[in-house]
Design a protein around this ligand. Structure first.
Ligand SMILES: *Cc1c(COP(=O)(O)O)cnc(C)c1O
Length: 406
């Protein structure tokens, strides 16, 4: 008897219909033309490109894009147009995608815990030389799988306090101070270059969270007696939501630059790995209302689709009714299409009080962790994707004026 394992079928791919960039419709024109019965992901490649240009101008180091946030090829192409040439990858799927699309791109394998086979393939087949780690056993794996070569850049992920972020990303990864010191010493002995990285948590509104983490990184290095080649300040950079207005992106860039100059006076190669900040404004999702009941709208996308952050994490996304209405705004909650009562988004989302069955509602700032987290649960696996020319529903401070090449 021989056993064969099969790969599971993925979620239905988004049905794409892209017009020529010069003919991109507005969301309103697309709805008049298509009358879609499925949720529609409305991509704004020009907004993604502009965010990449603005972030790179503000950040005093190399900007790598964290691919997990939105791996849609049209989004990746827009980032490339905006000057992004390096990518933070965390899986073989992301590595293959980036290598196929951009053969010259730099990739940094920043997942602290990797399958051995992935380390081997990344090093031997894909030429990746930068690896993150937060445990001595991972160091042993990397040493064993790299095939003996000594040209590694090893970056130790340290744990940092949550600070001002909506999401804590230190619950799973990051070495505490003393183990981080030991790991840095051990990495120094086997690597060509060493670094420290951290993640302050996603949607971090407080620039001082980066300052505190940079200070901690310098203290780890000092205690280890190791001069850092690389300091990678991770992701976490915020965007605007209806109830959150972050400081402008250049304040983050300047604050980080000053902290690096203070704590690393001998200089260090500086990296950042933004995800959300580059792509959130670059996509919205248009949903259709199936029923209105007691202040709740039953709509055709939900937490198992592109709206998981509107569920338990309770993000309040900007919304607009895609029909003229004189009615006063009223607060609504949303129910997604599945039969799970957890498929609920309390918002509140402010829409004209006369919103009714059949209406289309556009939900903005969904380019980050929206489409990337879709599932096929309960058979609601269909969605379309179009490119539109509208501005984002909300502007994040510091991004609107970035100059984009024609
Ligand atoms: C998810 C992730 C990022 C991107 O985080 P954002 O908050 O979206 O900027 C960057 N680096 C690592 C290691 C990550 O896991």
């Amino acid at each position: 008897m021989s056993f064969k394992s099969r790969f599971r079928a993925p979620v239905s791919p988004l049905r794409r219909s892209f017009d020529q960039p010069s003919h991109r419709p507005t969301v309103a024109a697309m709805l008049r033309r298509d009358q879609p019965a499925e949720p529609v992901h409305c991509l704004r490649p020009q907004v993604v490109e502009r965010a990449a240009v603005a972030f790179r101008a503000a950040f005093p180091g190399e900007t790598m894009y964290a691919v997990k946030c939105n791996p849609e090829p049209a989004v990746l192409r827009a980032l490339w147009k905006g000057g992004i040439r390096a990518f933070d990858v965390a899986s073989m799927g992301e590595i293959r995608l980036i290598r196929t699309m951009f053969p010259q791109a730099a990739m940094h394998f920043m997942h602290p815990v990797k399958p051995r086979a992935a380390i081997r393939a990344a090093y031997q087949e894909f030429g990746i030389r930068t690896f993150a780690l937060d445990h001595p056993d991972e160091l042993a794996k990397i040493r064993e799988e790299r095939g003996g070569a000594g040209d590694l850049t090893l970056v130790v992920r340290i744990a940092v306090p949550k600070g001002g972020a909506a999401y804590d990303l230190s619950g799973k990864f990051g070495a505490a101070f003393r183990p981080a010191v030991d790991l840095l010493v051990a990495a120094r002995a086997v690597a060509a270059r060493v670094g420290v990285t951290f993640h302050v948590g996603s949607q971090c509104l407080d620039p001082q969270a980066y300052v505190r983490a940079i200070e901690l990184a310098s203290k780890v290095a000092l205690r280890a007696g190791v001069r850092l080649d690389v300091l990678d300040v991770g992701g976490g950079f915020p965007v605007a939501y209806p109830d959150q207005v972050p400081p402008p992106v250049d304040v983050f860039g300047r604050t980080i630059g000053e902290a690096v100059a203070r704590w690393f006076p001998d200089g260090v190669e500086l990296h950042a790995e933004p995800g959300r900040a580059l792509v959130a404004g670059g996509a919205s999702v248009v949903v259709q209302v199936d029923l209105v009941r007691d202040g709740m709208l039953f709509v055709n996308d939900g937490i198992y689709g592109a709206l998981s952050d509107a569920g338990v994490p309770a993000f309040r996304f900007p919304v607009r009714l895609m029909r003229a209405s004189e009615a006063a705004p009223a607060p609504f909650g949303l129910f997604g299409p599945t039969c799970d009562s957890a498929d609920r988004m309390n918002g509140p989302f402010w829409l004209p009080a006369d919103v009714r069955e059949g209406d289309y509602v556009e939900i903005g700032q969904l380019g980050a962790y929206g489409g990337a987290l879709r599932t096929a649960f309960n058979g609601f696996d269909r969605a379309r994707m179009v490119e539109v020319r509208d501005p984002p529903l909300l502007e994040t401070p510091g991004y609107a004026d970035a100059a984009v090449a024609a």
